[in-house]
Write a protein that binds this ligand. Structure first.
Ligand code: GDP
Length: 433
């Protein structure tokens, strides 16, 4: 998928536009406490073309001076994206900071689309002309708060997408990646895993600039492990790009079927862990929570149970993810991981026949009748599975407005009770019939 980055000095409205472009896709099933809202990377779609979008303004760079931050954000955009939306503020005209950003963008070979934001009504359109002088061609007037001009802008953005050949992935191969904050043990676990398995050395070819792909076999099953951590350890070039590691992780997630999200047993759960895990969940991937460095924990009877309770409390949105406690260093319980990856992957592509699904739904309705709102009663007619990766169900109802998300959760629980689906998110959308 092509990647679009939004660049511009602070307060021109990058995040508003970002949210406009991706906002409608956030479904009611995601409306669960604990799912991260401050995203910088998300999927959007225009004219049936899905793409990924990065809000470079959301990339955290600590307390560095503004100019440094802008430069680094522009660098990320130039490095990571296929098309750049350069955003300026139509109410303030060209500022010195805009010119700074422009200078950086001149040096890139990427297509750049100039968007002039805060043009809230047609009378203001004259204000876009001065921006021609930035040298990026025709400026597109838009309004983030009023959702104006976005269609024309996106028409132009999409025109610049490169013709990308589909990555030829073997359908029977399970792709998985490891994510987690620095030093959680990703590299150690990749090495430990690959030491146990039959690595197909001659095939190490799928190495991109973002990750190292290593194919291996376990039993009869083919796998590819997508390793983003090993990259940075390889040498100087990537040290500089450490701050891109989130983006690299996100790209690895996108190519994965199953994502192992690592937690450091020694350090405990931190906010960043949730954010990182949230990306795997939102991407609809199968997820396994791996607690690494379990060797450092005093192994009393209740240690696992206590840690598990903490995880469940912090990762409400990952209630379907199995938890594996292991040590990359001592290799304890490493061998339990691959079977879990296989199960999660199978569930991620599992299809339920419509008639069997509807038996379960009808039983659920009998237990907990559909709720009413303002005297109007929800009628659930039938359900059908429309896709896999992750399993996605459409429930036909008289009025989708009446389907509260707690009722969606109830149906999800019933579907899970009946069919398992451990390790994979499932999506349920109400539709009017
Ligand atoms: P990454 O940044 O996530 O790739 O983490 P590394 O694999 O580089 O590991 C960071 C540090 O944690 C290294 O010093 C490892 O030796 C150590 N480490 C990794 N796994 C374990 C483990 O299971 N137990 C212990 N005690 N240390 C570990």
């Amino acid at each position: 998928k092509s990647i679009v980055a939004i660049v511009g000095r602070p307060n021109v409205g990058k995040s508003t536009i970002f949210n406009r472009l991706v906002g409608e896709r956030i479904s009611i099933v995601e409306d669960i406490p604990g799912v991260t809202r401050d995203r910088i990377y998300a999927e959007a779609e225009w004219l049936n073309t899905p793409f990924n979008i990065i809000d470079t303004g959301g990339i955290e760079l600590g307390d560095e001076p503004l100019l440094v931050q802008m430069r680094e954000q522009a660098e990320v955009a130039i490095h990571e994206s296929d098309v750049i939306i350069f955003m300026v503020n139509g109410r303030e005209g060209i500022t010195a900071a805009d010119e700074e950003v422009a200078k950086l963008l001149y040096k890139s070979n990427k297509p750049i689309v100039l968007a002039v934001n805060k043009i809230d009504n047609p009378n203001m359109k004259e204000q876009i002309y001065e921006f021609y002088s930035l040298g990026f061609g025709e400026p597109f007037p838009i309004s983030g708060t009023h959702s104006l001009g976005l269609g024309d802008l996106l028409d132009d953005v999409v025109k610049h997408f490169p013709n990308r050949e589909q990555e030829d992935k073997d359908e029977d191969t399970i792709y998985f990646s490891l994510i987690g904050r620095p030093n959680v043990g990703k590299s150690s676990l990749v090495n430990a895993l690959l030491n146990e398995e039959r690595v197909i050395v001659s095939n190490i070819a799928g190495t991109t600039r973002d990750a190292i792909d290593t194919p291996f076999k376990s039993g009869d099953q083919d796998f590819v492990i997508i390793d983003t951590a090993g990259m940075r350890k390889r040498g100087k070039i990537y040290e500089k790009t450490e701050k891109y590691s989130i983006l690299r992780a996100l790209k690895a997630i996108e190519r994965s079927d199953v994502v192992l999200t690592l937690i450091d047993a020694e350090e405990g759960i931190i906010e960043q862990d949730k954010k990182i895990a949230g990306y795997a969940h939102e991407a609809g991937k199968a997820v396994i929570i791996v607690v690494n460095k379990w060797d450092t924990i005093n192994q009393h009877d209740k240690a696992i149970k206590e840690f598990e309770e903490q995880i469940r409390a912090h990762f409400l949105f990952l209630d379907y993810a199995p938890i594996v406690f292991l040590s990359a260093q001592t290799r304890k319980r490493i061998h339990t991981l691959i079977p879990q990856v296989i199960t999660a992957s199978e569930n991620h592509v599992k299809r339920i026949e419509t008639n069997i699904l509807n038996d379960v739904i009808m039983d659920a309705l009998a237990v907990n009748p559909a709720p009413s709102k303002h005297g109007k009663k929800l009628k659930v007619l039938y359900a059908t599975q429309v896709s896999v990766k992750p399993p996605t169900f459409v429930v036909f109802v008289n009025d989708p407005e009446l389907m509260h998300f707690s009722y969606v959760r109830f149906l999800e629980n019933k579907i899970r009770e009946a069919f398992g689906f451990e390790g994979t998110p499932i999506k349920i959308f109400p539709r009017k019939r």
